[in-house]
Design a protein around this ligand. Sequence first.
Ligand code: ATP
Ligand code: MG
Length: 251
Amino acid sequence: MNNKIEIKKLNLHYGKFHALKSVDMPVRKNSITALIGPSGCGKSTLLRCLNRMNDLIAGVRIDGQVLLDGIDIYSHSVEVPELRKRVGMVFQRPNPFPLSVYDNVAYGLKVAGMRDGSRISETVERSLKGAWLWENLKDRLDKPALELPLDQQQRLCIARLLAVEPEVILMDEPCSALDPIATMKVEELMLELRQRYTIAIVTHNMQQAARVSEYSGYMLLGEMVELGQTAAIFTNPSDARTQDYITGRYG
Ligand SMILES: Nc1ncnc2c1ncn2[C@@H]1O[C@H](COP(=O)(O)OP(=O)(O)OP(=O)(O)O)[C@@H](O)[C@H]1O
Ligand SMILES: [Mg+2]
């Protein structure tokens, strides 16, 4: 199947506020899907639905379906910690733990009960290589993660995810705290990761969506206004509201 995730008629209420309105969206396997739209339209809310991060917020009601490989992640049989391993998340500000580089990457493995030191070390190395940090950090694995430059911290958070072998990576404005050069490095990494993982990214930066994503969804006031191939959305949108947004009339 080509779609890793299928969102079907998804509604989310924060108390009385209807934040997602019957959203339908596929997330294609091994590709990058971008969520775009003006501030407050529901991008982060939708992204968080994909690994049930909104469950943690009091007063949230969700109906509809989010199928991951055809199985609804909101069904009772789904174990949320297991789901969050399969569908990992990277946030706006890098959030490494106040631990060493090594311990950050090994964290999820240890929580999962892995005790075999050489297997943990192999996984740490593979994950740091996967996030393009190994060459930089292999001699400084005991360095405190919080002392790294921000882009390395963000890539360390990606390495921490890779260690637990996710299938989907969610990124909520992962470059918004980074300068242009650091942003470029993270974007290049995303393009590489796409070969093995399914990625959904929220971005305010239209150029970023155009550079990295194959598919885009344009949201407005909790609705999915238009979705399709990024090139088509950006050059020839079919909805006038998308046109207004991408030509910078508002947002
Ligand atoms: N925990 C919450 N409780 C109540 N309302 C919320 C909560 N989180 C978000 N909202 C509201 O839901 C709507 C969508 O918010 P969301 O953060 O998903 O938008 P966004 O598109 O990610 O915006 P931004 O681009 O500013 O990050 C907004 O009106 C917001 O005020
Ligand atoms: Mg947001």
